[in-house]
Write a protein that binds this ligand. Structure first.
Ligand SMILES: Nc1ncnc2c1ncn2[C@@H]1O[C@H](COP(=O)(O)OP(=O)(O)OP(=O)(O)O)[C@@H](O)[C@H]1O
Ligand SMILES: [Mg+2]
Length: 262
């Protein structure tokens, strides 16, 4: 089982879009995939049709409140075969802040809490990385950093890299950078090309070859509460996330599998 944190301190860079669609693409490749929504904004949960309001599913917040030691009761199958979710909810924010004020905010996630066989676990993290994201970094094998292909995105990247370095030094010496992903690439603009070149010069092989271009089908997929691979399977965004999944599996030394028909 490989655990991957999707992380960037900056908001709105494509973390959730990547978490949902990359998870779905890995599941489509036959792997058993779990997405853990660590963001109190719960966008990944909403994207996969697990909105808290009006529903009574359990969330990561319940897991923490109950001092859970197994995530199994909090894991839900999604509409995509092989893709499972631990949903989040807005209450996670207040609850976690209270815990921190009471100094009771120990690390609540441990690897042995994942007691079901998954090939891959992805964490979608909130922007402005606090301890919620550190929980995932402490147990992850690797970090995937989506970077919006705009100049302003490069500044926030320093902070993200610093947090990853600190996590490696203090929490998890095994933590690797799986790669940097250029997102929301607008091929009509010079700026996008320039930023991509800067990323390529700086990160070399660590920059994924796949580039996620601006694609309205990705936004529509969120409104449809499905991964783009389901809502518009042949859209460019779906193809790009499949291509990213191939690169991610290769870097993690995982192979696509044939799923047994159920
Ligand atoms: N490649 C893309 N093309 C067009 N729109 C995109 C693309 N990627 C993401 N978006 C849209 O941009 C917005 C921000 O994306 P997303 O929610 O994935 O970012 P985020 O990093 O998770 O944000 P936050 O930090 O707030 O959690 C969303 O409305 C999403 O639908
Ligand atoms: Mg998000």
């Amino acid at each position: 089982m490989k655990l991957v944190s999707i992380l960037n301190n900056k908001g709105g860079v494509g973390k959730t879009t990547t978490a949902v669609n990359l998870s779905a693409a890995c599941a489509e490749a036959g792997l058993r995939v779990l997405l853990v929504d660590l963001d109190p904004a719960a966008s990944a949960s909403v994207h996969l049709n697990f909105e808290k309001e009006g529903h009574n599913h359990k969330t990561l917040c319940d897991f923490i409140i109950n001092s859970g030691t197994s995530l199994t009761p909090y894991i839900y199958p999604t509409e995509s075969d092989g893709l499972f979710l631990v949903p989040s909810e807005p209450a996670l924010h207040e609850f976690y802040e209270e815990m921190q004020q009471e100094d009771a905010a120990d690390f609540f996630l441990q690897r042995n809490h994942f007691d079901q066989p998954f090939d891959l676990v992805f964490f979608d993290s909130p922007p402005n990385m606090g301890n919620l994201a550190l929980n995932a970094l402490a147990i992850s094998d690797a970090v995937l950093v989506p970077v919006q292909t705009q100049f302003i995105a490069l500044t926030g990247l320093e902070l993200t890299n610093r947090v990853v370095d600190q996590a490696r030094r203090h929490l998890n010496s095994e933590l690797q950078v799986l790669g940097y992903l250029a997102t929301m690439y607008d091929q009509r603009t010079r700026a996008a090309k320039d930023v991509h070149k800067i990323l390529s010069d700086r990160f070399g092989q660590q920059l994924f070859e796949t580039v996620i271009r601006i694609n309205s089908k990705l936004v529509e997929a969120y409104s449809a509460r499905k991964p783009v691979l389901k809502s518009a399977s042949s859209a460019r965004g779906a193809k790009e996330y499949r291509s990213l999944a191939r690169e991610v599996l290769k870097r993690l030394d995982l192979k696509p599998k044939k799923r047994k028909k159920t």
